[in-house]
Design a protein around this ligand. Structure first.
Ligand code: SF4
Length: 228
């Protein structure tokens, strides 16, 4: 029987998130309309959003893989096909996974639209806490910004993923507001129509990052539009 390998190397666009990733849950309740995860997992969209539980034996299988493959010194992205902090669910498995990865000498790069404060005590200056800011819910973006600031104050590295971009003015204002972050990654909206002029947006965003002295990364799909 094939051994489960929860830690894997993402391919294609996903690789821009990190060299290693681990997905903890079977689905995500956040229901972002642009969510790509059901397509990646070949899952029914409604099932993906409504049936959210830790993947079977995820903590134990991660421990076995860490031990078996002696995985250490890596930065591991949480998560790519789900959110590590799904609203309304017990996120103890996320806490257990972080503890395990770090026990074996790895670091984590969290990306969430949820609320990861409960695990800040586990993180240090080599771990990254990141939030997606997409402008779909002002109060949630405010909460995510506050979490980011708290993480930064706790000495954790912070980053912001501006992808997908749904509104140019919103994102440019948010880059300015969250300029305390250690890194920002900026993309576009893929797979859906948009009336944003991507080349123009990309140039404005890049100029702003330079003005603010930010460590920034322009995603390949946006960079390609800027170079057309
Ligand atoms: S938070 Fe991420 S995984 Fe969850 S629905 Fe939104 S895009 Fe999909």
């Amino acid at each position: 029987m094939n051994k489960m390998k929860p830690i894997y190397e993402p391919k294609g666009k996903a690789k821009e998130y990190g060299d290693y990733a681990l997905n903890i849950y079977t689905g995500c309740p956040h229901r972002c309309y642009y969510c790509f995860a059901p397509n990646v997992l070949h899952k029914d969209r409604e099932l993906f959003h409504s049936c959210v539980e830790p993947r079977k034996d995820i903590v134990e299988e991660t421990r076995k893989q860490l031990e078996r493959e002696n995985i250490t010194g890596k930065l591991i992205h949480l998560c790519f096909t789900c959110d590590p902090y799904p609203f309304g669910y017990d996120t103890t498995p996320t806490r257990e996974i972080i503890k395990l990865l770090k026990k074996y000498g790895n670091h984590v790069q969290i990306l969430t639209k949820g609320h990861g404060n409960r695990d800040f005590d586990l993180l240090d200056g080599e771990d990254w806490y990141g939030v997606t800011i997409d402008g779909t819910g002002a109060q949630f973006d405010l909460m995510r910004g506050n979490d980011l600031r708290n993480a930064s104050r706790s000495g954790i590295k912070t980053w912001v993923s501006f992808e997908p971009v749904l509104s140019e003015p919103f994102v440019l204002a948010a880059i300015r507001r969250l300029a305390f972050a250690d890194k920002v990654k900026i993309g576009k909206l893929n797979y859906y129509p948009s009336d944003i002029n991507w080349a123009e947006f990309g140039r404005k965003a890049e100029a702003l990052c330079k003005e603010l002295g930010l460590d920034y990364y322009i995603k390949d799909s946006l960079r390609a539009e800027m170079e057309k």
